[in-house]
Design a protein around this ligand. Structure first.
Ligand SMILES: Cc1cc2nc3c(=O)[nH]c(=O)nc-3n(C[C@H](O)[C@H](O)[C@H](O)COP(=O)(O)OP(=O)(O)OC[C@H]3O[C@@H](n4cnc5c(N)ncnc54)[C@H](O)[C@@H]3O)c2cc1C
Ligand SMILES: *[C@@H]1O[C@H](CO)[C@@H](O)[C@H](O)[C@H]1NC(C)=O
Ligand SMILES: *[C@@H]1O[C@H](CO)[C@@H](O)[C@H](O)[C@H]1NC(C)=O
Length: 515
């Protein structure tokens, strides 16, 4: 049933505007969801409400193998969406509140919007170590990277806290500034790797690594401009291209307001350079967390073990060390953006703070779906899949949520999509191609698994996780060319016990072996 709204009503902002479908959030999840709905129901009114001035769209999508996908992410003016889909209306404003029982929501700029089906795709924000600490920075969107870059330019030492993908990339990219990297695990990169892969990557952090070429990193905008875009490629308007996956393009930089989360390559196009002229190393402090942060003038600072004064801020780590630095980068994970939606409603939340969704991407509130970083997948997952807040999953969930909303309107049944069968991700860390598949870190397997590893220093690192003789996960670092074969072996759950010794033998062409 379509809302019948006259244009006069439409102009009056104090009156309710009604849409069959409303999507909140112009990141990858929200935009993919809108595109799916608009192509399934060209005559339906679809509203997209987003806080950011630009939307993010998937471009050049490429299915690399059955489950691995690569695509570019482009930051575009919202008009692009409305031109392509005339029945889509984009509002640039944040949602302030939601009345799920009445199927209405309000925006910060005073609009009231009604929906039949709603999809919340408001993403997540970085979890900060402390609130209101001027010396603590989170890295999330283009603006925060610019702030980071600015402060780094006069910094001699920074402390990076966190052990996920963002911390990994950041630590690797910084030049001319000493980095002290506090990780809570026994190895770096624990979210993606194990100790072996970490060991393989450690040499990449040494001070002798080649300097980054500043000039050619600086991206130019592609020529497509939005109505408010300026032609010199300045920070407003224009098209930014990022690449999800191994094959990288140069992204631009620019202001995105209350922006979408950055994706792969967020640091490219930004020169991350500190104040020192000479190469500086990275010192990793393992198995520790931040106990407290204090400034030299802080009356509550611990009794001096050194002379507090050389640095603007100090970090006391749980391993007993105190480190002085110019500022601290907090990269300790994300918090789903649910605040605007909770009051007065009855959403069930997962432990990580996300909106719980079932295998139809449906939340606990009627006619409200969620996708991307804001949601927590709470269906019974396939034995080889887990949620990770990544670009690929934001796209898959947004797309599937759109299909589920459509199926519900048409009262058609719909099954969980194949993309949720096997976890698969391609990325780049420390300039190595990285493919991770399935239970790559033996997640949830306890002692019930076996690892096979092959490593050639500076070239490749291959790890296979076997359970009961069957492959359930893999980590491939470098140009291994094994991803498709391993994906097949994981998907078909062939018993590999007879081949265990040959599986990683570099002299055997494993592809021929199984094809
Ligand atoms: C520094 C960094 C590096 C990353 N690197 C990688 C990587 O290498 N590979 C990878 O796969 N992933 C990476 N990620 C993760 C990836 O960016 C996210 O998983 C993905 O962008 C999530 O998409 P989303 O659409 O769910 O949310 P987002 O992209 O965060 O979009 C959320 C949207 O909702 C809007 N919004 C929020 N609140 C409201 C509100 N109340 N009202 C209206 N609109 C609202 C925002 O303006 C935004 O448009 C990285 C993230 C960061 C921060
Ligand atoms: C937009 O919707 C109207 C009906 O609401 C329909 O007639 C029109 O064809 C739709 N536009 C497109 C491009 O499909
Ligand atoms: C909220 O949800 C819980 C369980 O899902 C239910 O018991 C309760 O009645 C709900 N409250 C309202 C106000 O809908």
């Amino acid at each position: 049933m379509l809302a019948n709204v006259s244009s006069a009503e439409r102009m009056a902002s104090h009156q309710m505007q009604r849409f069959q479908f409303v999507v909140v959030g112009g990141g990858i999840a929200g935009v993919t969801c809108v595109e799916q709905l608009a192509s399934d129901f060209p005559s339906a009114e679809v509203g997209l409400i987003t806080a950011a001035s630009h939307i993010k769209a998937v471009a050049n999508f490429k299915q690399v193998s059955q489950t691995l996908e690569e695509f570019d992410v482009e930051e575009r003016p919202p008009s692009v969406l409305q031109e392509k889909y005339p029945n889509v209306t984009v509002f640039q404003s944040a949602v302030r509140s939601l009345q799920a029982d009445q199927h209405t929501l309000q925006t910060e700029d005073g609009r009231s919007v009604g929906y039949e089906k709603l999809c919340i795709c408001s993403g997540a924000r970085p979890k900060l170590l402390t609130q209101d600490q001027p010396y603590v920075l989170g890295v999330r969107d283009t603006d925060s990277v610019q702030e980071f870059q600015k402060r780094l330019s006069s910094a001699k030492r920074i402390v990076v806290v966190g052990n996920g993908g963002i911390a990994l990339e950041l630590v690797f990219e910084v030049r001319g500034c000493e980095v002290v990297w506090a990780v809570k695990d026994k190895a770096i990169g624990n979210t993606f790797f194990d100790a072996g892969a970490a060991q393989f990557l450690i040499p990449s952090l040494e001070a002798q690594r080649p300097p980054r070429d500043a000039v050619c990193k600086r991206a130019r905008y592609t020529t497509e401009q939005g109505p408010e875009g300026n032609s010199d490629g300045g920070p407003e308007g224009g098209l930014h291209t990022f690449t999800a996956g191994g094959d990288r393009r140069r992204p631009g930089s620019g202001s995105t307001g209350a922006g979408s989360a950055l994706g792969p390559d967020w640091h490219e196009g930004f020169l991350l350079r500190g104040a020192e002229q000479t190469p500086q190393g990275v010192r990793v402090e393992y198995e520790c967390e931040v106990q407290e942060i204090f400034t030299p003038s802080d009356p509550l600072r611990p009794q001096p073990e050194a002379d507090y004064g050389a640095w603007p801020v100090y970090v006391r780590l749980t391993n007993g060390r105190t480190v002085g630095c110019d500022f601290i980068v907090s990269a300790t994970g994300v918090v789903p953006n649910t605040d605007a939606f909770l009051q007065g409603n009855n959403f069930s939340l997962a432990e990580d703070g996300g909106l719980r969704v079932d295998d139809h991407m449906m939340t606990s509130e009627r006619d409200v779906y969620a996708a991307g970083d804001v949601c927590s997948a709470c269906w019974e997952p396939s034995a080889l899949w887990q949620q990770m807040r990544l670009w690929t999953q934001a796209r898959q969930m947004g797309w599937f949520a759109g299909r589920c909303m459509a199926a519900d309107v048409l009262t058609q049944p719909i099954e969980l999509d194949f993309c949720f069968e096997l976890f698969a991700h391609i990325t780049k860390f420390f300039n190595y191609k990285v493919v991770i598949l399935g239970k790559f870190n033996a997640q949830g397997l306890g002692a019930d698994h076996e690892l096979l590893v092959r490593c050639t220093k500076g070239q490749e690192y291959v790890k296979v996780v076997l359970r009961g003789g069957k492959m359930v996960g893999a980590v491939l670092v470098g140009e291994t060319d094994l991803e498709e074969t391993f994906e097949n072996l994981i998907l078909n759950q062939m018993d590999l016990t007879p081949y265990k010794d040959e599986l990683l033998n570099p002299n055997i062409d494993i592809e021929d072996y199984f094809d």
